[in-house]
Design a protein around this ligand. Structure first.
Ligand code: F0G
Length: 457
């Protein structure tokens, strides 16, 4: 019998789930153009599309909603949020935004000039889109092993390759690099963490050349958990102590609160540099709102301030990451190819190997996500050629990783739900040869994965 850690919470409010018949699911995915983003939520049984904004808030956070201060200017809830960010992340200036990409927009506009280079440990879709919209050139400087789903021996697969980074500095010159973006953890690599040692080395190299270090802090608590459980010398440190040290190696961060701040909406840009903060404030009023609410309501800032502290609880984060591992291990034990090691927020199925009879142009990950939905009502997400988009010249990018992401929302599903997911995918794997590829019917110009439509070949 499988053993697992009991949920470190009990359930006070429930949301009933329904599953459609197989025939209804077949109709639904056809109507959605074989794109799981275009399904309606009521057509989904277990929703593993994303861990973004899908969190269950605590009773304490819901209570905070009632106490939210909705003043247009100088909201008390803003000051609670600012205090929490100063205390946990160590940055002095905080600009709230409606979500992570709002902060990415501000940062990219302030720092990037056309022709600049922005190195990063692999890309994230919206982060790279903002860099490119501002004329920046994204350069992937993650270690090679991150592109190999079989390298289970590499415990910090999100690490920056210092040689690649230094080679870029030598090639283009530090003055052309406004900042390095370091994601903790790396979503597109499979939720892989960055080690403290690497963060420190990246910071030292950057400072030597006068380059800013900006973290994409979206899943930083999961990263801290991996440091605590995998990196020598951190076993006895608290999650908060680890976070403080991590962020001491950065000049600022963008944050999607919809992940590790355990809320449904919100984000922020945090900085130490006063001049940059002033510039961010003059932009935030144009794009989001007054600097004391940005894109958020008072109640949402209150819930986020509380979520930041709840996420520091060791039992919370241990249960969260261990749930993901539990699902991943069941799939791996049944021989299903997944990205190893299992990451912090999701299990990533290697669609190239799952559907080895398809070539990448037949969109194996998109086809597999659609097939999983039809088979079980479980909604997952493509993270492969469709998500990677086209380059400047209009050519398709061919990412090495062609993945389907099973993303676990925080505090939402139980181990029994995960057993259902695992059993369904294991039985689908036994009939994998019946799954056919897909072809495009409609493709939008940017962030195409959200609204593209397909049909079976
Ligand atoms: N950075 C990372 C690493 C992310 O995963 C996301 C969002 C963002 C930035 C942007 O934040 O959505 O609040 O604007 N990831 C979601 C996902 C959408 O499903 O992985 P946002």
């Amino acid at each position: 019998m499988k053993r697992y850690m009991p949920e470190p919470y009990r359930i006070k409010s429930v949301e009933p789930l329904k599953i459609l018949s197989r025939k209804e699911r077949e109709e639904a995915i056809k109507r959605a153009g074989y794109n799981t983003f275009l399904l309606r939520s009521k057509e989904v049984y277990i929703d593993l599309l994303t861990d973004s904004g899908t969190n269950a808030m605590s009773d304490n956070q819901w209570a905070g909603l009632m106490l939210g201060d909705e003043a247009y200017a100088g909201s008390e809830s803003f000051f609670h949020l600012e205090e929490a960010v100063r205390d946990v992340f160590g940055f002095h200036y905080v600009v709230p935004t409606h979500q992570g990409r709002g902060a990415e927009n501000l940062l990219s506009q302030i720092l990037i000039k056309p022709g600049n280079y922005i190195p990063s440990n692999m890309y994230f879709t919206t982060t790279r889109a903002h860099m490119e919209l501002n004329g920046g050139i994204f350069v992937d400087v993650i270690i090679d092993e991150a592109h190999d789903p079989t390298r289970s021996d590499v415990l910090f697969k999100g690490n920056v390759d210092l040689d690649k980074y230094e080679a870029l500095i030598n090639k283009v010159g530090a003055e052309k690099i406004p900042y390095i973006c370091v994601a903790v953890t790396v979503n597109m690599a499979g939720g892989q963490p960055v080690s403290m040692e690497n963060l420190k080395q990246v910071y030292e190299l950057s400072k030597k050349h006068g380059i800013r270090v900006i973290f994409d802090a979206t899943r930083c608590v999961e990263n801290a958990y991996f440091i605590k459980s995998r990196e020598k010398g951190y076993e006895d440190r608290t999650i908060k102590e680890i976070l403080r040290e991590m962020f001491s190696y950065a000049d600022g961060c963008t944050m999607s609160g919809k992940k590790d701040c355990i809320v449904n909406i919100g984000g922020f840009l945090a900085l130490n540099d006063e001049e940059l903060y002033r510039k961010a404030c003059s932009l935030v009023v144009v794009y989001e709102g007054m600097p004391t609410y940005g894109g958020m309501s008072g109640r949402d800032m209150e819930a986020m301030a509380r979520g930041i502290y709840e996420a520091l609880d060791y039992n919370y984060i241990k249960h969260r990451v261990e749930q993901v591992r539990y699902l991943g291990e069941q799939l791996a034990e049944a021989g299903i190819p997944i990205v190893q090691p299992i990451g912090g927020h999701a299990v990533f199925i290697d669609a190239r190997r799952f559907l080895s009879h398809l070539v990448q142009d037949q969109l194996p990950a998109q086809a597999l996500a659609a097939a999983i939905y039809v088979d079980s009502g479980v909604r997952t997400m493509e993270r492969g050629i469709v998500s990677a988009g086209r380059d400047k010249d209009g050519k398709n990018r061919y990412p090495k990783l062609e993945l389907v992401r099973l993303t676990i929302p925080r505090r939402v599903y139980t181990y029994a739900h995960l057993d259902y997911v695992a059993d369904s995918i294991i039985s689908l794997y036994q009939n994998k040869n019946a799954i056919t590829g897909l072809k495009w019917v409609y493709e939008p110009p940017v962030l195409r994965f959200f609204t593209s439509r397909f049909e079976p070949i």
